[in-house]
Design a protein around this ligand. Structure first.
Ligand code: PEP
Ligand code: MN
Length: 294
């Protein structure tokens, strides 16, 4: 007989659904991630200038985004590429929150920076390259801020859930899982969007699950379709890169949407979101999911 999900993911018992805990809802100012509303987080890959950030914040809010993203500390392939504005970027994010009312999600890359980033951010993002940086996870967890945990690009679902479990072990129940694509033999796209992981995580875990179609695709033409697929797969929200002039973006230009493209993507989600609101959560997640065999 094959293993049940509970046996398979026995290292991470507290992230799995139980009769007592079916769904965690993470409150962030006026937004609830994992609740009834589908939550879109949008903004530039990197915080660049006051104009770029404010224009994007105001635009994505009007288009229906509920949370503003933007990197002040950037993990880059080259140590000589733009590394982010650091504290000045966090201060720009805080001003954008004051002006737009949108809560902020931003990445923290080092445990030393956790207190500073937690002072400005409403959600701390742990990037794909740091999913198994346990010292960082522990420090971020103890800040008390909700954690957006991105799946490591080489991480299995068991690895991903173990990292989430570590955050819970450090006293922080507010973890949002983010599928952002994984490395496979396929090289046509930047990553391979693991949509089945979204379906499985929604079935077995009570934590909210969001999708990042921008990093999954690496190419802006594919982002809207992957976003629609994420809704259909049962995701609780999206993380999408948007910039007033993507071709001039200082990082991730190829995968970033301009304002009109973001508006079109949001409009294209509507029929899928309407269907989502008609389907009761228990129908999306089969009753015997936790008994299912691997
Ligand atoms: C990002 O969100 O800009 C980012 C660097 O993401 P990831 O860690 O998924 O590559
Ligand atoms: Mn990026």
């Amino acid at each position: 007989m094959r293993q049940s999900w509970h046996e398979r993911f026995c290292d991470s018992p507290d992230v799995l659904k139980t009769a007592r805990c079916d769904q965690t809802v993470v409150p962030v100012l006026d937004a609830e991630i994992g609740g009834r509303d589908f939550i879109t987080m949008a903004g530039p890959c990197s915080v660049e200038t006051e104009f770029q950030l404010m224009a994007t914040a105001n635009h994505v809010r009007r288009a229906g985004a509920r949370i503003l993203r933007g990197g002040a500390f950037k993990p880059r392939s080259s140590p000589y590429a733009f590394q982010g504005h650091g504290l000045a970027g966090l201060q720009m994010l805080a001003r954008a929150r004051d002006e737009s009312g949108l809560p902020i999600v931003t990445e923290v890359m080092s445990e030393c920076d956790v207190p500073m980033v937690a002072e400005y951010a409403d959600i701390l993002q742990i990037g794909t390259r740091n999913m198994e940086n346990y010292a960082l996870l522990e420090a971020a967890a103890r800040s008390g801020r909700p954690i957006l945990l991105k799946r490591g690009m080489m991480a299995t679902i068991a690895d991903f859930l173990r990292s989430a479990q570590l955050i819970l072990d450090n006293g922080n129940p507010n973890v949002i899982l983010c599928e952002r694509g994984i490395r496979t033999f396929e090289t046509a796209m930047r990553n391979t969007f693991d949509v089945a992981a979204i379906v499985l995580l929604k079935q077995i875990s009570h934590l909210p699950v969001i999708a990042d179609p921008s990093h999954a695709a690496g190419c802006r033409d594919l982002v809207p379709a992957l976003a629609r697929i994420a809704v259909a797969a049962g995701a609780d929200g999206l993380l999408v890169e948007v910039h007033p002039h993507p071709e001039k973006a200082w990082s991730d230009a190829d995968q970033t949407l301009n304002f009109a493209e973001f508006d079109d993507m949001m409009a294209s989600l509507d029929p899928y979101l309407a269907l989502r609101s008609q389907i009761a959560p228990q129908e999306l997640v089969s009753a015997d999911a936790m008994e299912a065999v691997g």
